[in-house]
Design a protein around this ligand. Structure first.
Ligand code: WT7
Length: 655
């Protein structure tokens, strides 16, 4: 991460966009809410005692811990001396408590096939898979790589690893053979669990052939387990490769969970650095389990009869924390959907919500804007009255997208929780609490109880309310990363060196006069126009505020006069006409909403935007396009044809 110290006397990032609409909680919701305003006070009085109480109450320990926190900045140890097993906490204890018949997951394959797994089913499947790993020689501490589509065997494989104390590293199924091999080699995994393929947008997507290519250069891998999902013929290497339906199915379902230390490595998850080598973000056991399960219960107001759907991929941290570990620790009933939201049509998600009476939906702004672009007729055709909480994660949500979500999905009734966190933080850190917090569209509101977040200037000094700067965290939290695998120095350098004594997340943010936090995007994306440091997020939100715009991305391009000039890429809603007159109108709209300094100098209508596979806009590539350079690394791009389409587009409108 490269962060330029802010130059000159101006603020690190300007506060330009003011959103004044507020949504107080519904008193009927408050009356039944899991979260109470008093937990902020309890946590503030003594945050270590707060986490200690929760850890004793919520986790089933094989051996109780002695010390709540050992903090040798930047290295934290939580719940020291304790022993536990995550799969026991996520599965067995619920069966012992009489919840064996409760549904853990309703699974929906893209082609329309379905499966239902109760907690008792999950216990058997996890036990068998764990025994298969043991048969293949995997021992506590050995790493296991997982490269799978969104099928039930994916969480089963993760829990099987946790059962025997073998850290997993899940590699998103959309990644290439090269990315898979790099991650396997970095952590020295002994076994790979994969599948022949999966379904996406009506097509079979092969995985095993990528895995075979990867395994040609991964000397640490001794065995692969392959789930038969699509039935497509794959090559099986004798002695190395085993079908799941052979090696797992013949095992005994009884596999005693191995108690491990609180700080035992639960998993590694690699963040795809766009330039540098991916970082193996290291998460451990007890603090992670506590942080994910407690936030899940409070922030989504989880009740025993809820049907909870986090629509992310399990290959990202959102899926690890809020499809697998947090919800299962809470004995939730969850939905897993294998495929794409537009397959076979754009109302697939709304069909699923209607059919399963989903009560909680957690998704990303990129998905919400994609639905906005298609129009409200798709959700309108379905009964979404079961929904009672909506969540957003992954990027700043533009106020207009927030309001669309509120109106067309929540039907004006449900609270929205805009949750800020990262792969590194493990758990949600900045968020409203439904029933407690008055929300403002586009604001992630306040730090979760026990979390100390601040906004600082280039010298690390706290910025008063009303100003913008760098988002930092000032004390450890239970689910925080414990390091970068194999590289403690890089851990210190990347996260703890920019501002001494503080964790720097890499994000810009501002606080309004009421102390609400507003995330402003990655600081590497901040533009500098005539000495004003302007966040891409605010200009994008001003564009999306216009009724014709579905989505926008802006970047700063070199400019002789102002240093940088703003270049906007705009996607119109279905039916919108990309005319010069509209381009002029949109530029004026930004000037009107934010101020003339933020008026884009250039504007181009595009059919699509380059995004990473997790849905984040790749502004680096847009800068390359805007400045007419050859494109940098495009390997993390979800759809490589998008940049070509944009480049062939010549209709740029200029001031
Ligand atoms: C980055 C972390 C955390 C799970 C998914 C992404 C951005 C995330 C929000 C939000 C504004 C957000 C930040 C952060 N981000 N949530 N609610 N509002 N920005 O995990 O891939 O590690 O990305 O996503 O820039 O640093 P990740």
């Amino acid at each position: 991460m490269s962060v330029e110290p802010s130059q000159g006397a101006g603020p690190a990032i300007e506060n330009l966009l003011a959103e004044r609409r507020t949504f107080p909680p519904d008193p009927a919701f408050t009356a039944r809410a899991n979260a109470r305003a008093a937990i902020y006070d309890e946590a503030e009085r003594d945050h270590v005692a707060f986490w200690e109480r929760l850890a004793r109450e919520r986790i089933s320990w094989s051996r109780p811990f002695e010390t709540t926190l050992e903090w040798e900045l930047p290295f934290a140890k939580w719940f020291v001396g304790g022993q536990l097993n995550v799969s026991y906490n996520c599965v067995d204890r619920h069966v012992e408590n009489g919840l064996g018949d409760k549904v853990a997951y309703h699974w929906i394959g893209e082609p329309g096939d379905t499966r239902t797994l109760t907690y008792a089913n999950l216990q058997r499947e996890v036990g068998k898979a764990a025994n298969a790993l043991l048969e293949l020689g995997v021992r506590t501490g050995d790493r296991v790589a997982i490269y799978m589509p969104m099928i039930p065997e994916l969480p089963i494989a993760m829990l099987a690893c946790a059962r025997i104390g073998a850290p997993h590293t899940v590699v998103f199924g959309g990644f290439s053979a090269e990315a898979l091999a790099g991650r396997i080699n970095d952590c020295g995994a002994r076994v790979l669990i994969t599948a022949d393929g999966g379904y996406r947008r009506g097509k079979e997507v092969g995985l095993k052939h990528h895995a075979d290519e990867a395994l040609a250069s991964t000397p640490s891998i001794e065995h692969a387990i392959v789930v038969n999902r699509t039935g497509r013929g794959v090559h099986m290497v004798d002695g190395r490769d085993h079908w799941w339906h052979d090696i797992v199915e013949r095992q005994s379902p009884d596999c005693p969970p191995v108690p491990v230390d609180s700080e035992h490595m639960l998993y590694l998850l690699y963040t795809s650095g766009t330039t540098a080598k991916p970082k193996g973000i290291l998460h451990t056991t007890a603090g992670y389990l506590l942080g994910t399960s407690f936030t899940h219960e409070m922030i989504f107001d989880l009740k025993p009869d809820d049907v909870y759907w986090c629509a992310a991929d399990i290959g990202w941290v959102t899926g690890h924390s809020y499809i697998v570990y947090g919800p299962l620790a809470n004995a939730a009933t969850g939905i897993i959907y294998e495929g794409a939201p537009d397959t076979p049509t754009w109302d697939r998600w709304w069909q699923i919500i209607e059919r399963y009476k989903v009560t909680i939906l957690y998704t990303a702004p990129t998905a919400i804007r994609a639905c906005m672009k298609q129009g409200p007729q798709y959700p309108a055709a379905h009964d979404l009255s079961s929904l009672r909480v909506l969540g957003s994660v992954g990027e700043p949500i533009n106020p207009e997208a927030w309001l669309w979500y509120h109106e067309h999905i929540g039907r004006g009734r449900t609270p929205i929780v805009d949750t800020w966190w990262q792969t590194e933080t493990g758990m949600i850190l900045i968020t409203p609490l439904p029933g407690v917090t008055t929300t403002k569209p586009g604001s992630a509101t306040f730090p979760f109880p026990g979390i100390e977040a601040d906004i600082v200037d280039g010298d690390g000094r706290s910025v008063p309310f009303g100003g913008g700067g760098y988002l930092v965290l000032k004390r450890p939290w239970p689910a925080m990363l414990r390091g970068i695998y194999g590289d403690p120095e890089r851990y210190r350098q990347t996260y703890w060196s920019r501002f001494p004594g503080m964790y720097f997340a890499g994000d810009g943010a501002k606080r309004d006069e009421d102390g609400y936090f507003w995330l402003l995007g990655r600081v590497d994306d901040v533009m500098n126009v005539a000495g004003h440091r302007i966040s891409t997020t605010e200009v994008e939100s001003a564009l999306v505020d216009h009724r014709s715009v579905a989505e926008a991305a802006v970047v700063g391009v070199k400019d002789e006069v102002s240093g940088q000039a703003i270049y906007a890429f705009v996607i119109l809603k279905a039916g919108g006409e990309p005319t010069d007159a509209l381009a002029v109108q949109l530029r004026e709209h930004v000037a009107y909403v934010i101020g003339p300094i933020a008026r884009p100098k250039y504007l181009m209508f595009v059919p699509d935007l380059p995004k990473t596979r997790s849905g984040k806009i790749m502004r680096r590539l847009l800068r390359d396009i805007a400045e007419g350079r050859t494109l940098g690394d495009t390997t993390t791009l979800a759809d490589a044809t998008v940049v070509e389409t944009i480049r062939e587009n010549t209709g740029r409108s200029e001031e």
